[in-house]
Design a binder for this molecule. Structure first.
Ligand SMILES: *Cc1c(COP(=O)(O)O)cnc(C)c1O
Ligand code: SF4
Length: 330
């Protein structure tokens, strides 16, 4: 058979993602567990996971830490006091103009609502944004705000996942940014290089390298098993394009609430040229209560990391509190 002339484009790989829980269980030799694992009713947040991420899951293991992050579960259906649909407290503001300026010196843009993977613990499970309006219509409003406020030195592209947008679209969005003298840094919050590393292709690397701004890419990986050689290559390409590459993780029960796992995550990230940044306490969003790790257990985990890792490999344990001037240390 002739080899394909070109690697497949990331958009194609995106479209081929697994969206059927029954198929996902079949791919993992877990069909026999379907009755135990799948929720009896619709959770209101569809499964979505790229096949390359599925390939990193252990077959035959219903407790696989990557599977638990994406598989709809019965536990999502129960109501738990304190877990609400608006956990971060500012989703109205997010939807209104697409720009969040809560902290000094940096402003965050909701570039799109789309994600390549649907993480069960995510606050956005209750807020399906319309992609086109986010990227196209709000951008002029956001730019006006950025231009008028000289205290903003850093713009953060977030979402959803901003790398869901095509590279030409990103180029269009960032073109105007480079004409604002006080904006010196562009930060990108993205899980795509982890769940679909093909996204970091030559076109993307070229765009990033050519941007006349300082560049920071903050990835989102929660478990060392997520970082395979293709992900490490994507991280290398980001660094080659001049970006500082960091990682934020969410502390998740039964996924990474274990000092060995978190230490291995830091080590694996560093091997890929990435430094740990934040370890987030879960946003208390309805349907995610079964992932919560109590604060005392979280603090004990970080103490254990501090005792065995160099300081630069210990992530900062933080929580988002509505109205606070920054992420708050736990
Ligand atoms: C989390 C967040 C940031 C980034 O905070 P850092 O501490 O700089 O990483 C910026 N703006 C908003 C609105 C945020 O939610
Ligand atoms: S990639 Fe990020 S924004 Fe998207 S579902 Fe996962 S945690 Fe939420």
């Amino acid at each position: 058979m002739p080899l394909p002339a070109q690697p497949r484009r990331w958009q194609q790989i995106w479209r081929e993602a697994v969206t059927d829980p029954v198929e996902l269980l079949r791919l993992l030799d877990l069909s026999a567990h379907a009755a135990d694992l799948l929720p009896p009713a619709d959770t209101g947040f569809a499964l979505r996971v790229p096949r390359g991420f599925v390939a990193r899951m252990r077959r035959g293991d219903p407790a696989d830490p990557l599977l638990l992050q994406v598989l709809p579960q019965a536990a999502e259906l129960g109501e738990v006091p304190g877990f609400t649909r608006d956990a971060v407290g500012d989703l109205g503001a997010r939807a209104a103009n697409g720009l969040l300026h809560k902290y000094d010196g940096r402003a965050l843009l909701i570039a799109t609502g789309s994600c390549a993977v649907h993480c069960r613990y995510c606050f956005r499970r209750h807020f399906p944004y319309a992609e086109e309006t986010a990227a196209a219509n709000r951008w002029q409003l956001a730019l006006g705000h950025l231009r008028a406020d000289a205290s903003i030195g850093e713009v953060i592209l977030s979402g959803g996942d901003p790398l869901s947008l095509s590279t030409p679209k990103l180029a269009e969005l960032t073109q105007a940014l480079t004409s604002i003298p006080h904006v010196r840094r562009l930060r990108i919050h993205t899980r795509l290089p982890v769940v679909l590393p093909e996204r970091v292709d030559a076109e993307f690397g070229g765009w990033l390298a050519a941007l006349p701004l300082q560049k920071v890419v903050v990835l989102h990986a929660n478990h060392p098993q997520e970082i395979d050689p293709a992900v490490a290559d994507a991280c290398a390409a980001l660094r080659a394009a001049g970006a500082t590459v960091l990682n934020q993780a969410v502390l998740l029960r039964a996924v990474n609430d274990d000092a060995d796992v978190l230490a291995a995550l830091s080590e694996r990230l560093f091997e890929a040229g990435v430094l740990p940044y934040y370890l987030h306490q879960l946003d208390r969003v309805a349907g995610a209560a079964h992932f919560e790790v109590p604060d005392d257990a979280a603090l004990a985990l970080v103490d254990a990391l501090r005792a065995r890792l160099p300081g630069y490999l210990v992530p900062r344990l933080v929580r988002e509190v509505a109205g606070a001037p920054s992420k708050l240390p736990v």
